[in-house]
Design a protein around this ligand. Structure first.
Ligand SMILES: *[C@@H]1O[C@H](CO)[C@@H](O)[C@H](O)[C@H]1NC(C)=O
Length: 196
């Protein structure tokens, strides 16, 4: 069949030979260059070579060689990768183990809180492919020192009560309750003293 076709349409076979010659480097093995995530390739202008150049989407950085070409039926070097860039996390009252303008996926940083502050969340966070930190960027919150819980509780109470009158009332009730406790304690002591 092909033989018959060639003899019937000599122009067709000539076209075939021309096409083969023109795309010579491409036809010997290499098909399309590999597709990569978060990036694309463009063919560099050249008749006799099949060189392609890769570029990454914004927010991604190229890791590897940006140009590849077909040699001995394989793309060489291996296609590059587009890696996500994560912004420097902002940590109030704390710092990061390493400071950079950008962090490249899958980089991990450790958050260290200033003295008197504790990490709420994960200490170690990792830059993900979608340019976010995982888990969430933690916070540094003031540690509650032993014995200071009441002050904080009082602060919360003040926020709950609508007016200063209510605060005054609440404090008086609290004071009374303390006084009652003291009275009861004394009464118990007296009782213990009287009983032989
Ligand atoms: C980013 O990817 C992680 C893991 O796949 C996912 O949990 C998170 O919701 C994604 N964040 C956004 C903003 O898409």
């Amino acid at each position: 069949m092909p033989l018959k076709l060639q003899s019937t349409f000599p122009a067709l076979s000539l076209f075939g030979v021309l096409a083969t010659l023109l795309s010579l480097p491409g036809l010997f093995g290499c098909q399309f260059p590999p597709k990569i995530d978060h990036g694309r390739y463009t063919k560099l202008f050249s008749i006799f070579s099949t060189e392609y150049k890769y570029e990454c989407d914004s927010g991604y950085t190229l890791v590897g060689e940006e140009k590849i070409s077909c040699s001995d039926s394989v793309w060489s070097p291996a296609a590059p990768q587009c890696k996500a860039l994560c912004r420097t996390p902002e940590i109030a009252n704390g710092k990061l183990s390493v400071y950079k303008i950008h962090y490249i996926e899958p980089e991990t940083v450790t958050v260290q809180c200033n003295t008197g502050y504790g990490v709420v969340g994960s200490e170690r966070i990792t830059c993900l492919e979608n340019r976010t930190w995982y888990p969430e960027v933690p916070k540094c919150e003031r540690k509650i020192l032993a014995g200071c819980e009441q002050v904080l509780a009082g602060k919360h109470l003040m926020q709950c009560l609508p007016g200063s009158q209510d605060v005054k009332l609440a404090l008086e009730v609290y004071k009374l309750s303390l006084e009652i406790d003291v009275l009861e304690l004394e009464r118990n002591k007296e009782k213990a003293f009287q009983e032989p």
